[in-house]
Design a protein around this ligand. Sequence first.
Ligand code: CO8
Length: 260
Amino acid sequence: MNFTNLLIDIADATAVVTINRPAALNALNAEVLDELAAAFADLQHNDEVACVILTGSGAKAFVAGADIAAMQPLDAVSAVHFARLGHAVLNVIEKFPKPVIAAVNGFALGGGCELAMACDIRIVADNARFGQPEVNLGVIPGFGGTLRLARLVGKGRAKELIFTGDMIDAQEAYRIGLANKVVAADELLAAARGLAAKIASKGPVAVRFAKESIDNGLEMDLDRAGRFEADLFGLCFATADQKEGMQAFLEKRPATFTGK
Ligand code: CO8
């Protein structure tokens, strides 16, 4: 599939999706969002792909936000549509049945921070800067920022970041749990690929069920979440990977998973 604003590179069971609008610091307009939805729909059914890495082109920005030039003339109804488009696409990424790693290579602001938070794991370059600066523009986060930031770093820290619009650096993002790991900028993609390869070597069905249990479980009460987890645990026993994984352990050899 060919895209105007995305580059897709598939190797070693990992797809690297690069948002490629460096002249606008990879800002998200409707076209980029539509292309992201199409790319993820495509990758979902690609059996060669076990993990996805999402990054931005250039050394300066992951994504510097939703496209301010495109948003400036919107009326209220169009703004709701644009926000809903952003929500829909970020939900696709959050619910994607394979792990998605954000490799944050610079500014992750506004919609960029929201996009990174929709990914499962954030590996960030030491020059990364995060923030939700929407209040500087007279608006609020509209692609899930008020929701996902509070869930990731807690209500108090989310409110401080969103009310002030302040940017934080990579180390601070790591300290508050927004970043999983900070690496040197020139090692970012290798680090993300290394993590993707490690995850890809595990049982794919088990990884998918674990993602579903964590994401859905956090939105349920503990009793229902516990039953949901137990059901998914039980379903693992319908897979060849469970037989292989446990057999391999007992035979003291590495497991070979097939995703079946
Ligand atoms: N949208 C459009 N263009 C952008 C954006 C953006 N978010 N960010 C940067 N650009 C463009 C600049 O306009 C500039 O273009 P040009 O060269 O044509 O003038 C180019 O990228 C380079 O940017 P700068 O010259 O500004 O680079 P600096 O290194 O001086 O500054 C910054 C980098 C600090 C990242 C700065 O560009 C900046 O502050 N950008 C805006 C950050 C921001 O406010 N992001 C949040 C946007 S709002 C949002 O994301 C809401 C999401 C929910 C939407 C809900 C829908 C209704």
